[in-house]
Ligand binder design. Structure first.
Ligand SMILES: Nc1ncnc2c1ncn2[C@@H]1O[C@H](COP(=O)(O)OP(=O)(O)OP(=O)(O)O)[C@@H](O)[C@H]1O
Length: 270
C-alpha cells in the first residue's frame, strides 16, 4: 500500500504545488490521478520514489516512511515510465532494458536473456532488440519504457502520462497491453493522466484533482460517472459528455445503443 499523509510541496516560498494531500493506494490496484496541467500530478508521483521530497507530510510504502529508505535503492526498486520514454539514445533496445538489471547486479548474459523475455512480454518483436530508440515508433519506444520499468520486477509502477505522445489508435493498443499485463502481474500502479477516457479505462479507482493536488473526488469510474461530486468534476469528466452519454433506439426489433451524437455503438443484450 502507498499512503500519502498530508503531503504539501512548496517549490518556492508561496508557490504551493500540492497542499495537504492524503490518499491511500491499495496494493495490486491501478489508481489513476486525473487532473489538468499543473494540478500537481507529477509532483505527487515523484514523491513516491523520492525524486521530489515533500515540504511537509509523509509518504509511506507498506507502512514505512520512504525517507527511511536510501533514495537510490528506493528508486531502483520502483518502476517509472515517462511520457518521453526516457530511453538511453546511444544504447540498443535490449541494452536499455538490460542496463537496469546490470545496475541491480546481474551479469551480462542473464541480463540480456531476461531483457529479451521482457521485450516479448510487452509485445516487442525480438528483431527490434538491436535497434536504437530513434529507430522505433513512438508506441514501440513506450513499450521499451514499460519493459525497462518492469525489469527489476518492482511491486510499484509509477506511470507519468506514458501514452500521451502517441496517436489515439496506438494509445489504445498500449492501454490494452497494460490492462493485459496488469491482469497477469497485479502491480500497484499509479497512473498520471489528464485524459478522462484513459483514466476511466485503466483505473480501478480514479482520483480527480483540482489545482494544488486537492482531491475533488475519488471513486471507481462508475461511481464518478454516476454521481460527480460537484460542478468541477461534472465539467471535467463531461468535457465530451455527448460521447459519454448513451441511449437506446429500437431498430427492427433490436435495441441499439447510440451515443449522444446519435452514432450507434453497440447492440443491447436481451
Ligand atoms: N521543480 C519545480 N520548481 C518549481 N515549480 C515547480 C517545479 N515542478 C513543478 N512546479 C510547479 O508545481 C505545480 C504542479 O506541477 P506538476 O508538474 O506536479 O503538475 P502536473 O499536474 O503534473 O502538470 P502536467 O500535466 O502539466 O505535467 C505547477 O504549478 C508547476 O509549475
Amino acid at each position: 500500500m502507498i499512503e500519502f499523509d498530508e503531503v504539501t510541496k512548496e517549490y518556492r516560498r508561496g508557490s504551493v504545488a500540492v497542499e495537504a494531500f492524503s490518499l491511500e493506494i491499495p496494493s495490486h490496484r491501478t489508481v489513476a490521478l486525473l487532473g489538468s496541467s499543473g494540478s500537481g500530478k507529477t509532483t505527487l508521483l515523484r514523491m513516491v520514489n523520492r525524486m521530489v521530497e515533500p515540504t511537509s507530510g509523509r509518504v509511506l510504502i507498506d507502512g514505512e516512511d520512504v525517507r527511511a529508505r536510501d533514495a537510490v535503492e528506493l528508486r531502483r526498486s520502483i518502476g517509472y515510465v515517462l511520457q518521453a520514454g526516457g530511453l538511453l539514445p546511444h544504447r540498443t533496445v535490449i541494452d536499455n532494458v538490460a542496463t537496469v538489471l546490470r545496475l541491480g547486479g546481474m551479469t551480462r548474459k542473464p541480463a540480456r536473456l531476461r531483457a529479451a523475455e521482457l521485450m516479448d512480454r510487452v509485445g516487442l518483436e525480438s528483431s527490434l532488440a538491436r535497434r536504437y530508440p530513434a529507430e522505433l515508433s513512438g508506441g514501440q519506444q513506450q513499450r521499451v519504457g514499460v519493459a525497462r520499468a518492469l525489469a527489476p520486477d518492482p511491486n510499484i509502477l509509477l506511470m507519468d502520462e506514458p501514452f500521451g505522445a502517441v496517436d489515439p489508435i496506438v494509445r489504445r493498443d498500449l492501454q490494452d497491453e497494460l490492462l493485459r499485463l496488469q491482469a497477469e502481474l497485479g502491480k500497484t500502479i499509479v497512473f498520471v493522466t489528464h485524459d478522462v477516457d484513459e483514466a476511466f479505462r485503466l483505473g480501478d479507482e480514479v482520483v480527480v484533482l483540482r489545482g494544488h493536488g486537492v482531491v475533488a473526488q475519488r471513486g471507481t469510474p462508475a461511481e464518478i460517472l454516476a454521481a460527480p461530486a460537484d460542478d468541477f468534476v461534472a465539467d471535467f469528466i463531461g468535457a465530451n459528455r455527448a460521447e459519454r452519454s448513451l441511449s437506446t433506439v429500437d431498430i427492427g426489433g433490436r435495441s441499439i445503443a447510440v451515443d449522444g451524437n446519435g452514432r450507434p455503438v453497440g447492440v443491447m443484450q436481451k
